[in-house]
Write a protein that binds this ligand. Structure first.
Ligand code: NAD
Length: 501
């Protein structure tokens, strides 16, 4: 089959699949096979307008649907998702490349947010004050925004949409989801499952596309908010453009997550954690550990322990029970591999080289094995840039203070971890470090669904994190009502500013 005759995924508009008609298509690859398996329509003007119009038309009835009805649908979705998650995991592995167990892991974290969203009636409750003035009561309501846009990255094709969609829908909004064009099938599968759960047409729309679709959402007057997750330059662009157009925006960006290892840490635990957090999902996680900051004298022993563990990892097709899969595209694999050349040029030491690794999979797959680089200069692009692949860097420092200064000097502030047996040091770290999510002897500190997810500095543009109570508040706005029931004694003209009496 040639690329031209590839089957194409559809948009999801008005509660059903809607084939792309804009004439532009992008390739979807199976990264473990290294070949295109289908194509994705890239929405043009007419499809963008149709998708937003459908969501806008569905809003009034969905806003007014009872909480009981919204809960019933969300509960049915949770049950269907739990029963059929294996299907979704296969789709994720096929288009993203991550191993099946990891695909199931991201679904489980997404399902947690669905379960959190089931508690939404509690979060919509307002406050009530009786008799603030004689015969006057004041109370507050939380109401949905309207049509909300969600734009997601390739690395979590199910979990990131599920960070936002259940919360937004439960709150009474209608959603236009623009998934990554690299692995868009998970989003369509989720929309189909919501329809099966009884969600009315237009409440969840999936619009495929690239910059044009994103710009369409950022500019359309009927879109009230944007929730974006992706790389920092695009997050910044989305935040600036969306807010300029009067929208509420939360834009989560890239990361460079450091693991600070103090000399008193359990180095076997550190080595296990570093390997799990550095190479899980081939390092294509915004919470992956990419830099180990080793407070001397631990580095030599730690490197030996990490390298021993790396030698046991089985890299290959995610459907074959391997530990680590391929990278998402050939272009991304080549970009990640190019950092190994940069490392050599900049005087770093490549301890384990993932190029040319033996794999349990098709030789055409987009492979790069786990890589470990020591003595990375902090001026090198290997340190300063987000690599987003299976490359773990070691930076050696002389003290805790030097380590914290390094982490705080970095442009990103998504996640970080400290490994130590000293409670005082850990407590000081959580207080001093300028990062949004902290692990203490925990390498990937992704908060559970009833807390909120988001970084500091260039890892989050906007004030509001994803999911949890903050996420729910993002998708609602407060209204304060001052009410008085007719009492003839309060009649009469008074042009003064209202005062308590
Ligand atoms: P990306 O920025 O390339 O794409 C994200 C989304 O933006 C996609 O839907 C894409 O279609 C769209 N997009 C791409 N180019 C655009 C442009 N020029 N204008 C407007 N929209 C555009 O990111 P990615 O490669 O899909 O995902 C990986 C990145 O996402 C990494 O930087 C990673 O750290 C980050 N990420 C962050 C978090 C977080 O919570 N902070 C979570 C997951 C991923």
């Amino acid at each position: 089959m040639t690329a031209m005759t590839m089957p194409a995924v559809s948009h999801w508009i008005d509660g059903k699949p809607r084939p792309g008609t804009g004439g532009r298509f992008g390739p979807i690859f199976d990264p473990a096979l290294g070949r295109q398996v289908r194509s994705v329509p890239l929405a043009g003007e007419a499809e963008i307008a149709e998708a937003i119009a459908s969501a806008a038309a569905a809003f009034p009835a969905w806003r007014d649907a009872s909480m009981a009805k919204r809960l019933t649908i969300m509960f049915a979705f949770r049950e269907l998702l739990n029963a059929r998650k294996a299907e979704l995991a296969e789709l994720i592995t096929e288009e993203h490349g991550k191993v099946l167990s990891d695909a199931l892991g991201e679904i489980a974290r997404g399902q947690e947010v669905v379960e959190f969203a089931l508690g939404f009636p509690h979060l919509t409750k307002g406050e009530y004050s009786e008799n603030v003035s004689t015969g006057v009561d004041v109370y507050s309501l939380r109401q949905p925004l309207g049509v909300v846009g969600v734009i997601s990255p390739f690395n979590f094709p199910a979990m990131v949409p599920l960070w936002f969609v259940p919360v937004a829908i439960a709150a009474g909004n209608t959603v236009v989801l623009k998934p990554s064009e690299k692995d868009p099938s998970a989003a369509i599968w989720i929309a189909g499952l919501f329809a099966e759960a009884g969600l009315p047409p237009g409440v969840l729309t999936v619009l495929h596309g690239d910059k044009q679709a994103v710009d369409g959402l950022l500019e359309h007057p009927d879109v009230a908010s944007i929730s974006f997750v992706g790389s920092t330059p695009i997050a910044k662009y989305v935040y600036e453009t969306g807010t300029r157009n009067g929208k509420r925006v939360q834009a989560l960006g890239g990361a460079k997550n450091h693991m600070l290892v103090l000399p008193d840490a359990d180095l076997d635990l550190v080595a296990d954690s570093a390997v799990n957090a550095g190479f899980g999902s081939a390092g294509e996680r915004c919470m992956a550990i990419s830099v180990i900051v080793a407070v001397e004298p631990v580095a030599d022993v730690l490197i030996e322990k990490i390298a021993q563990r790396m030698a046991t990892l089985r890299v290959g097709d995610g459907r074959r029970g391997c530990d680590m899969g391929p990278l998402v595209t050939e272009q991304h694999r080549d970009k990640v591999a190019s950092y190994l050349d940069i490392a050599s040029q900049d005087g770093a030491t490549i301890v384990v080289d993932g190029r040319g690794i033996q794999v349990d999979g098709d030789p055409n797959g987009f492979w790069l094995g786990p890589t470990l680089i020591d003595n990375v200069p902090t001026t090198s692009r290997v340190y300063t840039e987000e690599i987003f692949g299976p490359v773990l860097s070691i930076v050696r420092v002389a003290s805790y203070e030097q380590g914290v200064a390094l982490i705080n000097g970095n442009q990103y502030g998504n996640g970080t971890a400290i490994f130590t047996n000293d409670g005082g040091a850990a407590r000081r770290f959580q207080n001093e470090v300028t990062v949004g999510m902290i692990g203490i002897n925990v390498p990937i500190p992704v908060p559970v669904a009833y807390f909120s997810f988001g970084g500091w500095k260039d890892s989050l543009f906007g004030d509001v994190k994803a999911y949890g109570a903050a996420g729910f508040h993002f998708f609602t706005r407060e209204k304060a009502v001052t009410s008085r029931w007719l009492d003839p004694s309060h009649g009469g003209i008074n042009l003064g500013f209202p005062q308590n009496a």
